[in-house]
Ligand binder design. Sequence first.
Ligand code: ADP
Length: 459
Amino acid sequence: FGGIVKEPPMHIVHIAVEMAPIAKVGGLGDVVTSLSRAVQDLNHNVNIILPKYDCLNLSHVKDLHYQKSYSWGGTEIKVWFGKVEGLSVYFLEPQNGFVWTGCVYGCKNDAERFGFFCHAALEFLHQGGLQPDIIHCHDWSSAPVAWLFKDHYMHYGLSKTRVVFTIHNLEFGAHFIGKAMAYADKATTVSHTYSKEVAGNPAVAPHLHKFHGILNGIDLDIWDPYNDKFIPVPYTSENVVEGKRAAKEALQQRLGLKKSDHPLVGIITRLTHQKGIHLIKHAIWNTLKRNGQVVLLGSAPDPRIQNDFVNLANQLHSSHSDQARLCLTYDEPLSHLIYAGADFILVPSIFEPCGLTQLTAMRYGSIPVVRKTGGLYDTVFDVDDDKARAEAQGLEPNGFNFDGADGAGVDYALNRAISAWYDGRDWFNSLCKRVMEQDWSWNRPALDYMELYHAAKKY
Ligand code: ADP
């Protein structure tokens, strides 16, 4: 029939320790939710198994109810079920206190806690007689699933199941990751360029034959400037100028910045070495020098870095109170207003497996200014330098980028960006419209994952 082979639906189970928006720390949480939704939209069955942390944001869980309990590992494990963003989620709550720690990460025994969770999740599948086609595990925190499955559970009646492992960030737990790479049937990471950058890493190098780069996408329902309760005027690419003007004013008002039309640079990030802290600081001062405004939303897991930024905030809030605001916290609603109200979103990462902020920025018509690394390189094409590279992807250039890891590098991109804003507002506005119309959703990546899942089944 026209060459279309209809595949039966697959059953995919994610075992993960983060899930947006109920237990999100970084991009991993976003990916678990939005990849699952995209695959479910292709008519496959998707479940997620997540720890039932005491700090879950339960307001986003529909119909949460207790289902049953089972014994494993010397404790009772309660199973709860609920819907999150339309996805069926099983929450595991071991009564030994491993998930009653007030946080996702940050305990001394995280490896032990998550190892226990992985084992408990496989036990849950086994005891419940569930036989998914694919178990998908993520990063070091659910890496143990790969070897526990192959060493044990595969032999307990789960023989048709295959394991897919995704590296979201190789910086964390490379030791665990190497072992999961060896055991998984297929492995991925979150952009083509990052897959090349880590190909020489001893955790990855022996396994290149089953290792693929698949770009992350963003969830168009969760990030939608036309339907976003945190911004004042709904907008599409048709009324992007009006929508962003209103958002910028609301942002300035909320943060006590001067309500005037200046180029506004937004930064939304974890404040860690990976994110290019020295470049962020340099860019803040340069933007102020160019008479722009800066809003930074970020928090640092390392108290020394947090403290350093508190000092910088105090300094800037007195010397440049009209122009700069550093919000040193995690605030999802505020992030929406910044994506909408900023002219530019700066992402000067030292390395970046995929990066979601530059994609979300474009969805809201903000122009990404990024360092050329990993997924930033694969998604941001410089308006001056990358015409041919963009064309090869069937795209038009969409931002500003730079090489190098010093002030001169970031200046090269940021100065051109700010000058473009001052010198040609019509051109700049048309660029905002253009980036909004580019598709950085899961539409394409979800198909790539389906292809990979099918290939894993044949493995
Ligand atoms: P990473 O996973 O390395 O932190 P990503 O760019 O892949 O980086 O994902 C970061 C995600 O976290 C984005 O969705 C971004 O909007 C969000 N985010 C980062 N910092 C904050 C913050 N302080 N407040 C709200 N959201 C944040």
